[in-house]
Design a protein around this ligand. Structure first.
Ligand code: TSJ
Length: 292
């Protein structure tokens, strides 16, 4: 469960220590906030690339629980400092981005020079802080996280600085991050994502909100092509699994099929796409026979 393992072999946890792995840190944190959205408690996520090279991610959800966990520390600290944080977070009743609850946050913590946490809930702002995954915030006498202020809001705010001892380069790619956030907005039509790049002068600010969801996604993907019909859209649920699919043919001969599972893009398509294609072919052949 220790985070030393992550610092020893970072590539095993984030895919590499180049630019891709670096940007992945942001997605791991954002996914936690998207989970809170999927649970029905968060409508806004803010991602800010700071001048000092750190990244701040904020949501307006319930706030990571701060009460005493059975391990004897605040639940928030368990989430951020345990590899594969489990317990109530593994409940299969939760829909999760990436399919795993909060697993990535401890990895980001381990690979950051510092990671600073503010949780707003129950009228208070709680604070925690880590350096290279090691907690440095002193606890209150009751063993819980200290309160640093009052608030009427609830939510979670994480600020972290990638460790140059781990990463080849530590400058986040705004292009990559924006593209991924936009995709996340298409996949979650009731979510609004605010992006700010403070490293630019003037700072860049973009709002991603795509209420048309997958239909809006395919329209934008095909905006430079010549569609020959309106998008065909399906949504269904069976045995607790929700599926959405959309397709649109354009007036040219190339195929672009994107598959996502639990909000994560699968470059190889994956079994979900294979299944969709098989069913689609069967249905279309049946239809062709019916209409002769
Ligand atoms: F984990 C993290 F630090 F990476 C992180 C977590 C980062 C960010 C930006 C947000 C979050 C986060 C976690 N936002 N909201 C939550 N919610 C919970 O962890 C939560 C709250 C309440 C309950 C409950 O059952 O009452 C359960 C959970 C998992």
């Amino acid at each position: 469960e220790g985070l030393e393992a992550v610092r020893k072999r970072p590539g095993m946890y984030i895919g590499g220590v180049g630019s891709k792995g670096l940007n992945h840190l942001i997605y791991e944190i954002v996914d936690n906030a998207v989970d809170e959205h999927l649970a029905g408690f968060c409508t806004q996520i803010t991602v800010r690339l700071e001048k000092d090279g750190s990244c701040t991610v904020r949501d307006n959800g319930r706030g990571i629980p701060v009460e005493m966990h059975k391990k004897g520390v605040s639940a928030a600290r368990v989430v951020l400092s345990t590899l594969h944080a489990g317990g109530k977070f593994d409940d299969s009743a939760y829909k999760t981005s990436g399919g795993l609850h909060g697993v990535g946050s401890s990895v980001v913590n381990a690979l950051s020079t510092y990671l600073d946490v503010q949780v707003s809930l129950g009228g208070w702002v709680y604070h925690d802080r880590y350096e290279r995954g090691v907690a440095v915030q002193e606890l209150d006498e009751d063993g819980l996280l200290p309160k640093i202020g009052k608030t009427k809001n609830s939510g979670t705010r994480i600020n972290f600085l990638p460790d140059p001892e781990i990463f080849e380069k530590t400058r986040f790619s705004a292009t990559d991050v924006k593209s991924r956030l936009h995709e996340t907005a298409y996949l979650n039509p009731e979510l609004t994502i605010y992006f700010t790049d403070k490293r630019k002068d003037p700072q860049e600010e973009i709002t991603y909100h795509e209420p048309d969801g997958l239909i809006g996604f395919i329209k934008d993907l095909n905006s430079k092509s010549e569609p020959i019909h309106d998008p065909v859209y399906f949504k269904g649920e069976a045995e607790g699994i929700e599926v959405e699919a959309v397709f649109q043919y354009v007036n040219e001969f190339h195929e672009n099929i994107l598959g996502f599972c639990n909000n994560i893009y699968n470059a190889e398509g994956g079994t979900h796409l294979t299944g969709f294609k098989t069913t689609f072919t069967t249905v279309m052949n049946q239809y062709a026979r019916e209409i002769g």
